[in-house]
Structure formats: structure tokens, C-alpha cells
Design a protein around this ligand. Structure first.
Ligand code: DCP
Length: 687
């Protein structure tokens, strides 16, 4: 008998997954016999030999307790480097991130393995970890799809089957070892279908409770934990970062499971969702937990147990991330922000630094200004008080966050937002001369360039250089902007880059930015400088599209198509008298207004106020004005001599203008009218 039992309530189900001790796991993928042993990955020794150390080079193994060999200073490598990743077996022996190798060996002399990151170009080579990350996340998505499919086919079969395999699951890579999934759509469809009749409902409940209650045993319900389990909730962000012995490999707790059994899971006995004790949100979260468990287990099995993941299942990104960090490693936590008990027992006692966006300086500031330590105390502060202290957006965000709300979407992105290569130069290694600066900027730019050209489908529009300078007086720092650190001044500058940038252009631009930073910080007085950290990065990625990247490319593409509906930029600079034929106008906006958009929006840093799209529309609307100023004429290709030289010149001017804009301070650029920037460009281009 079909009943309309399911109310179509919109529910978001967001999952955050974090690979446990990621670099350690990637090392174990290479050396399966290290599974189960205390293992740590150490930074390379910047004071020793900077010779190439490949992934499979045995010299990477600095210490193996079973063999008792310590390679102190062997071949210039140093076992006493700082540890950047520590396995949970090593954490149980009190070894923590940032411990020195020799300290770690003292804590666990007989069993520990310390392996050093690979080195190339005089710096850490993280390729093996990046590749592992890419591989893992694409498999994880496949397993998520498979789990959704299994629920739909296994339970609903051919009867009320839904085409779940066509359902899109949004996935956002958050860092090298963290990822968000938005399971809202597949779960909405599944739940709607599964709850349509009693038979499906019983099958679903059976499925969730099957395998001796595996899902119950392997999922912590946030707020229904034992006192012992709650101890990890009280750890500060810093303690979590370093890794704590309270995070144990066996984090299941029977007392927690008993409470959760009584209060959460034992509700599936009614014949339908309407006469069981479940709300639609709770049921959706339980289904999300089931899908997540299947996907995590499948991934771990596929890689022979090398990779395990912690997961958080909730209704938004903030709560999902918080949840995944509660019970590490290899465990998942479900947090229902709609449950008052969860808010009181779990959420409110947390230190505010555990919330996404409040773990750093801003969190410290909030804590100090508002006099709050915990999320519960923050939740007591009226919005009006927050508005008196912080700007409107921040105050609203804080107030929402304190209630466990966040509407930040899972952005469909499986690649990193930026490609960066950086290096620190501590102590006597600091960079003090232009030759050395040139060499290192060259190395970093080379690495960034290599990784950018390997990208098949996207290219960056922005190149950034970041420098950390030492011995800069406080007075000067304050004048010049940037960020004061405990031991110096960190600042960055960015510039736009063309789609088909060459290696030497990339290096030159990075060097130019570095010089500009030094000039600003040292007041152009040719004063001595000392750099202790630098990074070159490419960001602001867009999909590759030959027609949209550059003026020149658009010309080439159009020519190769032998179009009869063609536009060229003409030396006469005559305004266009009549509107071009259909097709031409979109070409126009992709070429000319794209250029203007880049100048007006990207470089003014005003994306927020004038999004690219709206500028395109504006440009389209004021058709004649735009074309007059860009001196475009339209005509069939056979009647016009296509002037590639002119296109080239325009492109060069355009690129030059981009770079010139970078020398204008950002605050000033923001104030400049986009129209002013466009006309400046156009005046030069018509010269
Ligand atoms: N990493 C690094 N330097 C740091 C912090 C991290 O090189 N200062 C690298 C090593 C880590 C990886 O990034 O393995 C992921 O960092 P996480 O903070 O997620 O830590 P882990 O994955 O090692 O451990 P956990 O299980 O606590 O997440």
C-alpha cells in the first residue's frame, strides 16, 4: 500500500573527510611493511646536503628502530629534523608533530621509523603526496557513488528505482588531505523513494542496522558520548594540530554506543518515518553516515588498509569539519545541529578556536574583545553587541556560527585553488643578495611553472610572490602594509598572467614582484635585506578556453575557423556604426570585454562589487560605447585584411597595463573607477 508518508523537507547533508596522518599513510603505501609501526615523516635538513633525494632512495630512511641505525649527519642528512607527520602508533608513545627526531627516538627507540621527505631543486619535493591525494579523492568519489547506488538498487531494486547514478555529488577539495562532499541531492531522492511505502522503510531500517549494528558501532553521535570520549572535544586547536595521545586507534567506546543506542538508533521500529521517532533530517543524517561508512571502508580496503579517514556528517560545512575532528583516527561522527542536547553537551563547551575560521588570529581577537572562551559563551552575545565591535558581515557570520549555522556551499572543485612552491631560509641561510634571490625565485617559479603547464584543463590568471623579511623596523612595517610577524615582516604582491605564459616570463614576473616587495619594505633605499621565507604561487584558475584566454588566441581561433562572420580590431579606430551579426557580438564580448573585465575587475580587486559577469553585461549593454572605445569593426573575413600584428600589439599593451596596475597600491586601485582603468588602457591602445 502506497502512502505519502515522507514530507519533502529540504535537508542538507554535508560530509567532511580527513585522511589520518596523511604523509605517513602515503609512505606506507610505498612500504607496506611499515603498517602498524610507529612512523614519522621528517622535514629535510636545510643546513645539510641539498642533493636530490628521490622517492625510492633508501637514504630517505633516517632511522629504523628495528635495525637500530641512526643516520645522524650521514650524507649531510640529519635525523634530528622536525617531524611534520606522526602516525597514531607514534602518538600513543607521546611523539608529536614538531618534535625533533632525536627526541622522538628517545620516546620510542626500538620500533620507530623516521623517513625524510624527498628533496629536489634544493627543497622538499611533495609530488608523491600530491599524487596520492589526487588518486585517493577520485577513488573516494567513486566509492560514494557506489554506496548511493547500492542503497538504491539493493533496496528499491526495479520497483521504485531511481536513477541515482545520474545524481551529481558535489565534491570540494579543501586541502591536500581534506575533502567535502555534498550528499544532499542523492539522499533527498533516496529518502523520498525509500520512505514511499512501508516495505521500503523496513528494508532501509534493516540496511542501516545490518551487520550486527556495524553503523551504530562505528559512528559516534555527537553529544551522546561518554565522559571519556568527551575529553578529546576539549582539546584546543593547537593540541589537535600537534596530535594527542588521547586520539587513539581504538576510539570506539561501548558506553557511548549504549547511550547512542537508546537515544538515537532505537527509533526504527515504527512502520513508517511518520510513526517512528525519526525526523527527516535525522534519517537523512543516518543515511549519510551509512554512505560515508561504506565509502571509507571501501577506500581503506582498496589500499590494503594503508589509508584510513576520519569523517564528520552534518548539515553544513562548519559542523561537518568540526565533527570529523572530534574522533580521530578512522572514525566518523554525526552531528545534528538541530538537536538542542547536541548543542548543549557537545557544541557549547568547545573552545571557540575549534570552529572553522576562528582557529587563528581572528579567533583570538574575538575571544579577547568579547571576553569569551567557549562557543556557548559566544552564543550568549547578542548580535547587536557583535555589530558594535565587528563589521556587519563579520558580526552576522559570528552570530550564525555560534548557533551552528553556516550556508557556505560545497564548491565543485577537485583541484587545489592554488599551486605554490615555497621555502624557508632560517638562520645563516637567509637570503641577503640579489644573486641568491634570483636563484631561489627562479627555482620556485620553475616548479610552479612545471605544475601549471601539467594542468590539462585550467590555467591561472594570477601570479603571486610572498616574502618574509627579517630585520625590518616596526615603524617601516606599519607604513608599508603587509603583516608583522614575531621576527620580521611578511608581504605579498600579485600580478595578472596571460594564458600562454612562458617559463622565462613566469620567472621574470616573479622576480619583478619580489623586487617590488623589497623596494617597498626597504623604502627603495637599496638597504640590505634578509629574506627568511619566500613563496611563488599561481591562483585564480579558470577553465581553458582558447577563445577567451587572450585577444591573440581569440583571433587565431577565429581565423582557423575561416569564419565569414568575423571581427577584427582595426588600426583606423573607427567606431562601429551598426550592430554586428549574431554570433559576432558574443565574440566581441569574449575578446574585447574580457580584456576590460580583467583590467577592471581582477586588477582593481573589486570582484566582489563588480563581478566579471555583470561587467560583461554592462559592456554588452553599452554596445556602441564599448566598441567605439575598443575600435572594433565588423565585416566578413574575406573583405578585411586581418591584422595579426595589431592584435599582437594590443595584447602586449594589455599585458603591460596589467602589470603597471600592480604597482598601484591595492587600496588605491580599489578606489579607482573601473571605467577610468578601461579608458586608460584604451587611450594607450589607440596610440
Ligand atoms: N603537513 C606539513 N607541515 C605542517 C603540517 C602538515 O607538511 N606543518 C603535512 C603533513 C601532514 C599533512 O600535511 O601529513 C596533512 O596535515 P594534517 O594537519 O591533516 O595532519 P595529519 O594528516 O598528518 O594528521 P591528522 O590525522 O591529525 O589529520
Amino acid at each position: 500500500m502506497e502512502k505519502a508518508m515522507y514530507s519533502k523537507e529540504k535537508v542538507r547533508i554535508i560530509v567532511h573527510l580527513d585522511v589520518d596522518a596523511f604523509y605517513v599513510a602515503a609512505e606506507r603505501e610505498l612500504r607496506k611493511d611499515w603498517k602498524g609501526r610507529p612512523l614519522a615523516v621528517s622535514q629535510y635538513n636545510p643546513y645539510g646536503s641539498l642533493d636530490e633525494v628521490g622517492i625510492n632512495d633508501p637514504a630517505r630512511i633516517l632511522y629504523d628502530g628495528e635495525k637500530g641505525n641512526i643516520r645522524v649527519q650521514q650524507q649531510g642528512r640529519n635525523v634530528n629534523g622536525s617531524l611534520i607527520a606522526v602516525s597514531y602508533e607514534a602518538r600513543a608513545k607521546n611523539i608529536q608533530r614538531n618534535d625533533r627526531g632525536l627526541v622522538a627516538i628517545q620516546k620510542c627507540p626500538n620500533d620507530l621509523v623516521i623517513v625524510q621527505v624527498p628533496v629536489s631543486n634544493g627543497k622538499a619535493n611533495l609530488t608523491m603526496y600530491r599524487d596520492a591525494s589526487q588518486r585517493l579523492f577520485s577513488r573516494l568519489l567513486a566509492h560514494m557513488h557506489q554506496a548511493v547506488e547500492e542503497l538504491s538498487v539493493d533496496i528499491i531494486g526495479g520497483r521504485n528505482g531511481t536513477e541515482t547514478n545520474n545524481i551529481h555529488i558535489s565534491v570540494e577539495k579543501a586541502s591536500i588531505d581534506e575533502v567535502y562532499f555534498d550528499l544532499s541531492k542523492p539522499i533527498e531522492q533516496l529518502c523520498e523513494c525509500l520512505c514511499k511505502n512501508e516495505e521500503n522503510w523496513i528494508l532501509l531500517m534493516d540496511r542501516l542496522m545490518r551487520n550486527n549494528g556495524e553503523l551504530k558501532a562505528k559512528t559516534t553521535i555527537g553529544g551522546l558520548e561518554s565522559e571519556k570520549d568527551m575529553a578529546t572535544n576539549r582539546l584546543s586547536k593547537n593540541e589537535i594540530r600537534k596530535g594527542s595521545h588521547l586520539q587513539t586507534l581504538d576510539s570506539s567506546s561501548s558506553s557511548s554506543a549504549d547511550v547512542a543506542e537508546q537515544l538515537w538508533w532505537r527509533r526504527g521500529e515504527g512502520y513508517s518515518i511518520n510513526d517512528s521517532g525519526w525526523t527527516v533530517q535525522e534519517l537523512s543524517l543516518a543515511v549519510g553516515a551509512w554512505i560515508t561508512l561504506q565509502a571509507r571502508q571501501a577506500l581503506t580496503d582498496e589500499f590494503d588498509g594503508v589509508y584510513t579517514l576520519a569523517a564528520g556528517i552534518s548539515t553544513n560545512k562548519t559542523m561537518a569539519k568540526l565533527a570529523s575532528g572530534l574522533k580521530k583516527p578512522n572514525r566518523q561522527t554525526l552531528v545534528n545541529p538541530a538537536d538542542k542536547h547536541t548543542l548543549q553537551k557537545l557544541f557549547h563547551p568547545l573552545p571557540i578556536g575549534r570552529l572553522r575560521g576562528l582557529g587563528g588570529k581572528f579567533g583570538d581577537q574575538v575571544s579577547k574583545i568579547l571576553g569569551v572562551q567557549t562557543v556557548g559563551e559566544l552564543a550568549q552575545i547578542p548580535l547587536r553587541t557583535m555589530q558594535q565591535t565587528f563589521d556587519e558581515d563579520k558580526a552576522l557570520w559570528l552570530s550564525e556560527m555560534a548557533q551552528g549555522h553556516c550556508c557556505d556551499p560545497v564548491k565543485d572543485r577537485t583541484k587545489s585553488k592554488r599551486i605554490g612552491a615555497g621555502k624557508t631560509f632560517q638562520g645563516h641561510l637567509s637570503i641577503r643578495g640579489y644573486d641568491s634571490l634570483r636563484k631561489w625565485i627562479g627555482n620556485l617559479a620553475l616548479e610552479v611553472f612545471g605544475r601549471v603547464v601539467a594542468e590539462e584543463t585550467r590555467y591561472p590568471k594570477t601570479l603571486t610572490c610572498w616574502l618574509h623579511l627579517q630585520n625590518v623596523s616596526d615603524e617601516r612595517e606599519n607604513e608599508k602594509g603587509g603583516r608583522n610577524t614575531n621576527d620580521g615582516h611578511a608581504a605579498s604582491l600579485s600580478t595578472s598572467i596571460p594564458q600562454n605564459i612562458t617559463q622565462s616570463q613566469c620567472t621574470n614576473l616573479a622576480l619583478k614582484l619580489a623586487n617590488q616587495i623589497i623596494d617597498r619594505v626597504t623604502n627603495k633605499k637599496n638597504e640590505a635585506f634578509s629574506i627568511i621565507g619566500m613563496e611563488v604561487s599561481a591562483s585564480n584558475f579558470v577553465e581553458k578556453d582558447e577563445t577567451q584566454g587572450t585577444i591573440l588566441n581569440a583571433f587565431r581561433k577565429q581565423m582557423s575557423r575561416q569564419s565569414t562572420d568575423f571581427l577584427v580590431l582595426d588600426k583606423t579606430h573607427e567606431p562601429l556604426k551598426k550592430k554586428p551579426a549574431t554570433g559576432t557580438s558574443s565574440y566581441l564580448s569574449s575578446v574585447t570585454t574580457k580584456a576590460q573585465c580583467s583590467v577592471a575587475c581582477t586588477d582593481t580587486g573589486s570582484q566582489k562589487k563588480i563581478p566579471e559577469v555583470s561587467t560583461v553585461h554592462r559592456a554588452k549593454r553599452s554596445h556602441s560605447a564599448v566598441m567605439a572605445s575598443t575600435t572594433v569593426i565588423g565585416a566578413p573575413v574575406d573583405k578585411i585584411d586581418v591584422d595579426m600584428k595589431y592584435a599582437q600589439r594590443l595584447q602586449e599593451l594589455f599585458d603591460k597595463e596589467h602589470q603597471a596596475l600592480q604597482s598601484i597600491p591595492k587600496t588605491k586601485r580599489r578606489k579607482m573607477e573601473s571605467q577610468q582603468l578601461i579608458s586608460s588602457f584604451l587611450t594607450k591602445s589607440s596610440g
